[in-house]
Design a protein around this ligand. Structure first.
Ligand code: ADP
Ligand code: MG
Length: 224
């Protein structure tokens, strides 16, 4: 069976009027289905750019990308959006919840364009909140929750569509150690249900929970 992701000589350059930055420089790697991969590296080493390409948010400047066996190197933005909507969940350090919508409405938004029935969207969102242990917070606004609970809501929103790939950018970066432990427990559980997980972290203890860790430096994979 094909890998979850294959990157061949992926380079990403950003041009502004004055400077050109090579954020990723000829990155070649693959991620088997079901793997839990962590990515470490100093600030500016290309971690966010790499996961944006893995999550089909960005296209490489050069190189090839295959997503669950589909060569997406030349895919149009519509196809990429479709693959993202159905197969990729994102969790960010700063939660990215809509502040004027309740927790359950935030999770239901994870099913936009996937489930037409509002009743079924709500049902599935409540199941996801239940799995994350925060169903009693469904009708609260995000600001009424602790940081750890907000991150669990963000994981519920990512998981409600049952993605094949879960991408987490510093998911515990804003959390106290106890909340971080709870969040990591949920990420482990998602992986045990068969999802492929890619996690960026500064925390080497958290990175150590993964099957494999890669380190980036100046846009390249550092050889161990
Ligand atoms: P990390 O997540 O490891 O901190 P990034 O992937 O965000 O690193 O950035 C890698 C390099 O690319 C940095 O030098 C950064 O300034 C540059 N970069 C990232 N995104 C952009 C962008 N949209 N425009 C210009 N430069 C960018
Ligand atoms: Mg980053």
């Amino acid at each position: 069976m094909s890998d979850a992701l294959t990157l061949i000589a992926v380079t990403k350059r950003f041009r502004t009027r004055k400077v050109e930055t090579t954020a990723l420089d000829q990155v070649t790697m693959s991620i088997p289905r079901g793997e839990f991969l962590s990515i470490v590296g100093p600030s500016g080493s290309g971690k966010s750019t790499l996961i944006a390409i893995m999550g089909l948010l960005e296209k490489p400047s050069e190189g090839q990308v295959a997503f669950f066996g589909e060569d997406v190197t030349r895919a149009g933005s519509g196809r990429l959006a479709d693959l993202r909507r159905h197969h990729v969940g994102f969790v960010f350090q700063s939660f990215h919840l809509m502040s004027d919508e309740t927790v359950v409405e935030n999770v239901m938004a994870g099913l936009d364009g996937i489930e037409r029935s509002r009743r079924l969207r709500r049902e599935r969102a409540m199941e996801a909140l239940n799995a994350l242990g925060i169903e009693h917070r469904a009708d609260h606004l995000p600001a009424q929750l602790s940081g750890g609970q907000q991150q669990r809501a963000a994981i519920a929103r990512a998981m409600v569509r049952e993605p094949r790939l879960l991408i987490c950018d510093e998911p515990t970066g804003n959390l106290d150690p106890e909340s971080a432990g709870i969040v990591m427990g949920h990420i482990d559980a998602i992986r045990e249900r068969g999802a492929t997980v890619v996690l960026v972290t500064h925390d080497h203890v958290i990175a150590g929970r993964a099957d494999r860790t890669i380190a980036l430096e100046h846009g390249r994979i550092k050889q161990p």
